[in-house]
Design a protein around this ligand. Sequence first.
Ligand code: SME
Length: 166
Amino acid sequence: MAETTLDLAGVAKPEAYAELARQVDVVLEGIDDEIAAMATISSAVHTAMQHLWTGFYRVVVPGKLLRVGPYQGTVGCLEIEFGRGVCGTAAATGKTVIADDVTAFPGHITCDPRSRSEIVVPVFDANRVLLGVFDIDSDQPGAFDTQDRDGLESIVAWFARPRAAA
Ligand code: SME
């Protein structure tokens, strides 16, 4: 399989995310499986961006509970309630949350004490139903900005793509 790893160190964020979105589309062509997509996106983004933790929390009880899905990094906490911490806030509001300093974020859940900043992007299907959130943690403070938000939102737009009727 082509397109296995991308080295995006030193590449400007908008170009890096565009390249990642292209890689994800190529690798997942013909695949209609959300878990396979979550695993592929986690691996692609983690390998290219080299942050601490990259992965998904899935909605298992709508409006109430997230459970960990495919990820890369140290062991993540298993369940997060809607409204709790950065992931729970993104799930509850349906909006991307950027925490420049996780220690200042109310209710932040510490999975890896090295984490300093975080971005969490909600993941919707084609009907705007919330499937989960995509979470990236960095060991650097203030690692994420609106370019990361735009780039990551365009990558998880894979889950909202129109699908051929079965
Ligand atoms: N810190 C997160 C919890 C998930 S982990 O970082 C993997 C939060 O407060 O949502």
